[in-house]
Write a protein that binds this ligand. Structure first.
Ligand code: CS2
Length: 490
């Protein structure tokens, strides 16, 4: 049976379905970047709110601004916004439920004006974003807005033809301002420290180029709360689709898989109201800094520390890395020796317990989080997750061994695109070619990879780092067995 509104009442009773009247919902939230993560996290929290409380104003309309969003648009259209969330517990229990909080979806590349009008609708109170670390369009070393991006240049020259979030957000804000409507809140839900502050800085830079008066208005009126988001959401494989079909006779074109753990910490800073998410476990705090820093520098960095060397060894998934004692120790050493000293004491948080909980979550054997997902877009991730820790340790005289090892491994990974045994790796990265061009010169100039200045900045000038990096790169290129090398390192 195909999943959609008419079939909902006929679905196998073991799967829970939305118990609220979806027809009556208003879209208080517009979300740009509906993917697996948004659907396992924010849309799930909203679903719970709609289920357990008499809330009707805070459903979600999704917006896709890239060609790559077409598959999601098609699936959600056929399924009336419905999808199955499959939660995989470590003990093998699987919960499947149908989520109904996404009321609508607009594929903005086909109908940009419709998307802008929806964002400018009086019912819209929040525009939220999961556009990935790379989507913010800034130079990772300078932190400045990248005006060289041709899409940005295009939308600045043709404000009616938006291409990136910046063109869409400003077009909608201009419209609201003209109509005398209050602005929406812009809520980033990406893994970037101070994601709200970053979004604000970028939106203001863009708006200022467009119209200084508009940027003054945004500066005064639009709130950009910082948020920390967390739920491991691997890419849903064909097996999940098959599982739903075989077990429940349910045909879902785009289900979502996730771990049971979920967390959302949000700064209570909204321009135009917000849903009462505290009723379903969201933490509203005055300052999200300690939570986000801890999460990004431990969980996300920990993923990369496992993923890049793990991929070279031939481990396919994160749980396979964790089940390997050498990789587990590599991650824990990085966390204990390099990340924890930087984090210092965090009020109300037991960091040792937090790290233990990460080990447990990463070891969930039913999540099968592919290392290719973890390593994807490393060019945007490492400058947020790992390199800041390395820099701070260089300043403080702390250990840099493990972070440097990961960068050296990343060089080999980008250069060869193979495991140490010669099996091809699937590399997914916007900067893939640039990374390859730099890395392939390593055989002549050991530090060639570090010439990618948007990522490494002034790091190649740091003597201590260069010495460490040089010897590690040489060892990695020489080694037959990367696992032995890690053992030696440890
Ligand atoms: C991962 C994250 O892709 C990555 O690098 O670290 O997607 C991670 O799984 C989530 O942030 C967990 O909340």
């Amino acid at each position: 049976m195909k999943l959609n509104t008419p079939t909902l009442s006929k679905i196998n009773k073991e799967i829970s379905i939305p118990m609220y009247n979806r027809q009556k919902l208003k879209s208080g939230i517009i979300h740009i970047g509906v993917g697996g993560f948004h659907r396992s996290h924010q849309a799930y929290y909203i679903h719970q709110l709609l289920t357990k409380h008499t809330v009707t104003d805070w459903a979600i309309t999704g917006i896709g601004i890239r060609e790559a969003d077409r598959k999601m648009a098609d699936a959600l259209k056929k399924q009336n916004g419905l999808y199955t969330l499959v939660t995989q517990h470590p003990n093998g229990t699987v919960d499947s439920e149908i989520i109904g909080s996404i009321k609508d979806y607009i594929l903005a590349i086909d109908t940009p004006q419709l998307a802008i009008d929806k964002m400018a609708d009086p019912d819209t109170k929040i525009v939220s974003l999961t556009i990935t670390e790379g989507g913010y369009n800034f130079n990772p070393t300078t932190g400045l807005f990248n005006f060289e991006n041709p899409d940005i240049q295009h939308e600045l020259a043709h404000p009616n033809e938006p291409k990136t979030i910046y063109g869409y957000l400003t077009a909608a804000l201009i419209k609201r301002r003209k109509k005398g409507l209050p602005p929406f809140t812009i809520m980033s839900c990406d893994n970037i420290q101070h994601n709200g502050d970053v979004a604000r800085k970028m939106v203001l830079a863009f708006a200022k180029k467009q119209d200084p008066e508009l940027s003054d208005w945004i500066e005064k009126e639009v709130c950009f709360p910082n948020t920390m988001v967390d739920r491991i959401t691997p890419v849903a494989t064909a097996e999940i689709t098959e599982y739903l079909k075989n077990k429940y006779d349910l045909e879902d074109e785009f289900p979502v898989v996730c771990e049971p753990f979920i967390q959302w910490v949000v700064e209570d800073n909204f321009s135009n109201g917000r849903p009462p998410l505290e009723k379903v476990g969201v933490q509203f705090v005055p300052d999200v800094t300690p939570y986000e820093k801890m999460k990004i520098r431990l969980l996300n960095a920990g993923h990369s520390v496992l993923g890049i060397p793990g991929a070279l060894y031939g481990h396919r998934t994160i749980d396979a890395c964790i089940a390997d004692p050498i990789f587990l120790r590599l991650m824990r050493q990085f966390m204990d020796k390099e990340a924890t000293p930087i984090l210092g004491d965090i009020e109300g948080i037991d960091i040792e317990k937090y790290k233990d909980s990460l080990e447990e979550r990463f070891s969930n054997p039913n999540i099968k989080d592919d290392v290719s997902r973890i390593c994807s877009e490393s060019s945007a991730k490492l400058p947020k997750f790992l390199i800041p820790t390395l820099r701070e340790n260089l300043e403080n005289g702390g250990s840099i061994k493990y972070a440097t090892f990961v960068i050296a491994a990343w060089c080999f990974y980008s250069d060869k695109g193979l495991t140490k045994n010669g099996t091809p790796l699937e590399i997914i990265d916007n900067q893939k070619d640039k990374l390859y061009q730099a890395a392939k010169n390593t055989k002549h100039t050991t530090k060639a990879f570090l010439n990618v200045s948007e990522i490494f900045g002034e790091l190649p000038e740091n003597e201590r780092f260069i010495n460490e990096y040089t010897s590690m790169v040489q060892e990695i290129y020489k080694a037959d067995d990367i696992r032995e090398l890690i053992e030696h390192l440890l």
